[in-house]
Design a protein around this ligand. Structure first.
Ligand code: T3P
Length: 225
Protein backbone atom coordinates (compact mmCIF):
# COMPACT_ATOMS: atom_id res chain seq x y z
CA UNK A 1 0.00 0.00 0.00
CA UNK A 2 1.18 3.52 -0.79
CA UNK A 3 2.25 5.77 2.08
CA UNK A 4 -0.30 8.47 2.76
CA UNK A 5 0.43 11.80 1.15
CA UNK A 6 0.29 14.91 3.31
CA UNK A 7 -0.80 18.18 1.71
CA UNK A 8 -0.69 21.62 3.32
CA UNK A 9 -2.95 24.29 1.88
CA UNK A 10 -2.37 27.94 2.77
CA UNK A 11 -5.36 30.11 3.56
CA UNK A 12 -4.99 33.76 2.48
CA UNK A 13 -4.57 34.02 -1.28
CA UNK A 14 -5.32 30.31 -1.78
CA UNK A 15 -8.62 29.61 0.01
CA UNK A 16 -9.61 33.14 1.09
CA UNK A 17 -9.42 36.29 -1.03
CA UNK A 18 -7.31 38.59 1.16
CA UNK A 19 -6.24 40.93 -1.66
CA UNK A 20 -9.70 41.57 -3.09
CA UNK A 21 -11.27 42.32 0.26
CA UNK A 22 -8.37 44.53 1.31
CA UNK A 23 -8.56 46.70 -1.80
CA UNK A 24 -12.35 47.05 -1.52
CA UNK A 25 -12.25 47.98 2.16
CA UNK A 26 -9.34 50.40 1.67
CA UNK A 27 -11.16 52.20 -1.16
CA UNK A 28 -14.28 52.41 0.98
CA UNK A 29 -12.59 53.65 4.14
CA UNK A 30 -10.04 55.97 2.47
CA UNK A 31 -11.77 57.04 -0.77
CA UNK A 32 -9.49 60.05 -1.29
CA UNK A 33 -6.21 58.17 -0.92
CA UNK A 34 -4.21 56.60 -3.73
CA UNK A 35 -4.40 52.81 -3.87
CA UNK A 36 -2.75 49.88 -5.58
CA UNK A 37 -5.09 48.13 -8.03
CA UNK A 38 -4.79 44.33 -8.09
CA UNK A 39 -3.17 44.45 -11.54
CA UNK A 40 -0.44 46.68 -10.06
CA UNK A 41 0.29 44.52 -7.01
CA UNK A 42 3.89 43.33 -6.68
CA UNK A 43 5.43 41.49 -3.76
CA UNK A 44 3.73 39.56 -0.98
CA UNK A 45 3.46 42.44 1.49
CA UNK A 46 0.63 44.87 0.77
CA UNK A 47 1.92 47.04 3.55
CA UNK A 48 5.32 47.37 1.94
CA UNK A 49 3.88 48.35 -1.45
CA UNK A 50 1.60 50.99 0.10
CA UNK A 51 4.59 52.27 2.07
CA UNK A 52 6.40 52.71 -1.24
CA UNK A 53 3.45 54.68 -2.62
CA UNK A 54 3.45 57.07 0.36
CA UNK A 55 4.93 56.27 3.74
CA UNK A 56 1.82 56.96 5.83
CA UNK A 57 -0.33 54.64 3.68
CA UNK A 58 1.39 51.62 5.28
CA UNK A 59 -0.41 52.23 8.58
CA UNK A 60 -3.68 52.94 6.82
CA UNK A 61 -3.69 49.72 4.83
CA UNK A 62 -2.61 47.74 7.90
CA UNK A 63 -5.51 49.22 9.86
CA UNK A 64 -7.84 47.53 7.35
CA UNK A 65 -6.56 43.98 7.78
CA UNK A 66 -6.19 44.46 11.53
CA UNK A 67 -9.86 45.51 11.87
CA UNK A 68 -12.39 43.18 13.49
CA UNK A 69 -14.38 41.32 10.86
CA UNK A 70 -11.78 41.58 8.12
CA UNK A 71 -10.60 37.96 8.10
CA UNK A 72 -14.05 36.51 8.74
CA UNK A 73 -15.50 38.51 5.86
CA UNK A 74 -13.07 37.29 3.18
CA UNK A 75 -14.65 35.71 0.09
CA UNK A 76 -13.60 32.27 -1.04
CA UNK A 77 -11.12 31.87 -3.91
CA UNK A 78 -12.99 30.35 -6.90
CA UNK A 79 -12.95 26.54 -6.81
CA UNK A 80 -11.15 26.38 -3.45
CA UNK A 81 -13.96 24.88 -1.38
CA UNK A 82 -14.78 22.22 -3.97
CA UNK A 83 -11.09 21.32 -4.34
CA UNK A 84 -10.63 20.99 -0.57
CA UNK A 85 -13.69 18.76 -0.26
CA UNK A 86 -12.46 16.56 -3.09
CA UNK A 87 -8.88 16.42 -1.79
CA UNK A 88 -10.13 15.51 1.67
CA UNK A 89 -11.96 12.48 0.18
CA UNK A 90 -8.95 11.20 -1.77
CA UNK A 91 -7.67 7.89 -0.46
CA UNK A 92 -4.29 7.97 1.31
CA UNK A 93 -4.31 11.75 1.44
CA UNK A 94 -4.01 13.92 4.55
CA UNK A 95 -5.11 17.51 4.03
CA UNK A 96 -4.22 20.34 6.42
CA UNK A 97 -4.84 24.08 6.29
CA UNK A 98 -1.53 25.73 7.15
CA UNK A 99 -1.86 29.43 7.86
CA UNK A 100 0.11 32.18 9.58
CA UNK A 101 -1.56 34.58 11.99
CA UNK A 102 -0.76 38.29 11.89
CA UNK A 103 1.65 39.52 14.56
CA UNK A 104 -1.36 41.52 15.74
CA UNK A 105 -3.31 38.30 16.28
CA UNK A 106 -6.33 39.66 18.20
CA UNK A 107 -9.04 39.27 15.56
CA UNK A 108 -7.14 37.29 12.95
CA UNK A 109 -6.72 34.03 14.89
CA UNK A 110 -10.33 33.59 16.00
CA UNK A 111 -11.70 34.76 12.66
CA UNK A 112 -9.55 32.33 10.68
CA UNK A 113 -11.05 29.46 12.71
CA UNK A 114 -14.56 30.84 12.21
CA UNK A 115 -13.95 31.30 8.49
CA UNK A 116 -12.91 27.66 8.11
CA UNK A 117 -15.95 26.44 10.03
CA UNK A 118 -18.27 28.69 7.99
CA UNK A 119 -16.94 27.81 4.54
CA UNK A 120 -15.53 24.31 4.96
CA UNK A 121 -17.14 22.92 8.10
CA UNK A 122 -16.02 21.60 11.48
CA UNK A 123 -14.05 18.66 10.05
CA UNK A 124 -11.65 21.18 8.52
CA UNK A 125 -11.33 23.15 11.76
CA UNK A 126 -9.72 19.93 13.07
CA UNK A 127 -7.13 20.31 10.31
CA UNK A 128 -5.93 23.88 10.95
CA UNK A 129 -2.22 24.35 11.61
CA UNK A 130 -1.49 27.88 12.81
CA UNK A 131 2.20 28.77 12.59
CA UNK A 132 4.43 31.71 11.76
CA UNK A 133 7.02 29.22 10.52
CA UNK A 134 5.77 26.72 7.95
CA UNK A 135 9.28 25.28 7.45
CA UNK A 136 8.92 23.21 10.64
CA UNK A 137 5.74 21.47 9.45
CA UNK A 138 6.42 18.24 7.59
CA UNK A 139 4.43 17.36 4.49
CA UNK A 140 4.82 16.36 0.84
CA UNK A 141 3.26 19.49 -0.62
CA UNK A 142 2.51 23.07 0.36
CA UNK A 143 0.20 25.14 -1.83
CA UNK A 144 0.99 28.77 -0.96
CA UNK A 145 0.86 32.14 -2.76
CA UNK A 146 3.83 33.56 -0.84
CA UNK A 147 6.81 33.44 -3.19
CA UNK A 148 9.44 32.68 -0.58
CA UNK A 149 8.28 30.72 2.42
CA UNK A 150 10.51 31.66 5.29
CA UNK A 151 10.13 31.46 8.97
CA UNK A 152 8.67 34.10 11.11
CA UNK A 153 7.20 36.64 8.73
CA UNK A 154 8.48 39.07 6.10
CA UNK A 155 10.98 41.65 7.16
CA UNK A 156 11.64 44.11 4.36
CA UNK A 157 9.29 46.64 5.82
CA UNK A 158 10.73 46.52 9.32
CA UNK A 159 14.09 47.75 8.06
CA UNK A 160 12.63 50.55 6.05
CA UNK A 161 10.30 51.72 8.76
CA UNK A 162 10.47 53.31 12.15
CA UNK A 163 13.30 52.85 14.59
CA UNK A 164 10.74 51.43 16.96
CA UNK A 165 10.00 48.53 14.65
CA UNK A 166 13.66 48.01 13.94
CA UNK A 167 14.37 47.90 17.66
CA UNK A 168 11.50 45.48 18.18
CA UNK A 169 12.97 43.15 15.55
CA UNK A 170 16.43 43.32 17.06
CA UNK A 171 15.16 42.03 20.35
CA UNK A 172 13.98 38.89 18.53
CA UNK A 173 16.93 37.71 16.46
CA UNK A 174 14.88 34.72 15.25
CA UNK A 175 12.68 37.13 13.31
CA UNK A 176 15.58 37.61 10.93
CA UNK A 177 16.13 33.92 10.25
CA UNK A 178 14.96 32.26 7.05
CA UNK A 179 12.87 29.70 8.93
CA UNK A 180 13.93 27.31 11.66
CA UNK A 181 14.16 24.39 9.22
CA UNK A 182 16.57 25.09 6.36
CA UNK A 183 15.39 22.03 4.42
CA UNK A 184 11.61 21.79 4.64
CA UNK A 185 10.20 18.40 3.67
CA UNK A 186 7.47 19.80 1.42
CA UNK A 187 7.62 20.93 -2.15
CA UNK A 188 6.23 24.46 -2.33
CA UNK A 189 3.75 24.90 -5.18
CA UNK A 190 3.31 28.62 -5.82
CA UNK A 191 -0.40 29.40 -6.04
CA UNK A 192 -0.84 32.23 -8.50
CA UNK A 193 -2.14 35.47 -7.00
CA UNK A 194 -2.11 39.10 -8.20
CA UNK A 195 1.14 39.85 -6.33
CA UNK A 196 3.17 36.87 -7.63
CA UNK A 197 2.03 36.38 -11.23
CA UNK A 198 5.02 38.24 -12.68
CA UNK A 199 7.59 36.14 -10.86
CA UNK A 200 9.53 33.74 -13.03
CA UNK A 201 10.20 30.61 -11.02
CA UNK A 202 13.57 28.89 -11.09
CA UNK A 203 13.13 25.33 -12.36
CA UNK A 204 12.10 22.87 -11.01
CA UNK A 205 9.70 25.07 -9.00
CA UNK A 206 6.06 24.66 -9.98
CA UNK A 207 2.90 26.77 -9.93
CA UNK A 208 -0.78 26.13 -9.63
CA UNK A 209 -2.44 28.85 -11.73
CA UNK A 210 -5.82 28.53 -9.95
CA UNK A 211 -8.02 25.77 -8.54
CA UNK A 212 -9.19 25.18 -12.15
CA UNK A 213 -5.59 24.19 -12.95
CA UNK A 214 -4.54 20.53 -12.54
CA UNK A 215 -3.96 20.29 -8.78
CA UNK A 216 -4.84 16.59 -8.93
CA UNK A 217 -1.84 15.90 -11.21
CA UNK A 218 0.44 17.74 -8.77
CA UNK A 219 -0.89 15.67 -5.87
CA UNK A 220 -0.52 12.42 -7.82
CA UNK A 221 3.03 13.35 -8.88
CA UNK A 222 4.13 13.15 -5.24
CA UNK A 223 2.91 9.62 -4.59
CA UNK A 224 5.55 6.95 -4.22
CA UNK A 225 5.54 4.79 -7.30
P1 T3P B 1 -1.68 32.85 5.25
O1 T3P B 1 -0.50 32.18 5.89
O2 T3P B 1 -2.95 32.07 5.37
O3 T3P B 1 -1.42 33.24 3.80
O4 T3P B 1 0.43 37.31 7.77
C1 T3P B 1 -0.67 36.70 8.32
C2 T3P B 1 -1.67 36.25 7.27
O5 T3P B 1 -2.15 37.34 6.54
C3 T3P B 1 -1.05 35.26 6.29
O6 T3P B 1 -1.97 34.22 6.05
C4 T3P B 1 -0.83 36.07 5.04
C5 T3P B 1 -1.78 37.24 5.16
N1 T3P B 1 -1.19 38.48 4.69
C6 T3P B 1 -1.11 38.69 3.32
O7 T3P B 1 -1.55 37.85 2.55
N2 T3P B 1 -0.57 39.85 2.87
C7 T3P B 1 -0.08 40.81 3.70
O8 T3P B 1 0.41 41.85 3.23
C8 T3P B 1 -0.16 40.57 5.12
C9 T3P B 1 0.38 41.58 6.08
C10 T3P B 1 -0.72 39.40 5.55
Amino acid sequence: AAAPLRVLVDMDGVLADFEGALLRAFACRFPGEPRVELAQRRGFSVREQYHGLRRDLAEKVASIYESPGFFLGLDTIPGAIEAMREMMLMPDTQVFICTSPLRKYEHCVLEKYKWVEKHLGPEFVERIILTRDKTVVSADLLFDDKDSIRGLGSFGIAFRESGRERAANCSFPLLLSPGAEPNPSWEHILFTCCHNKHIELEPPRRRLLSWADDWRAIVESKRRK
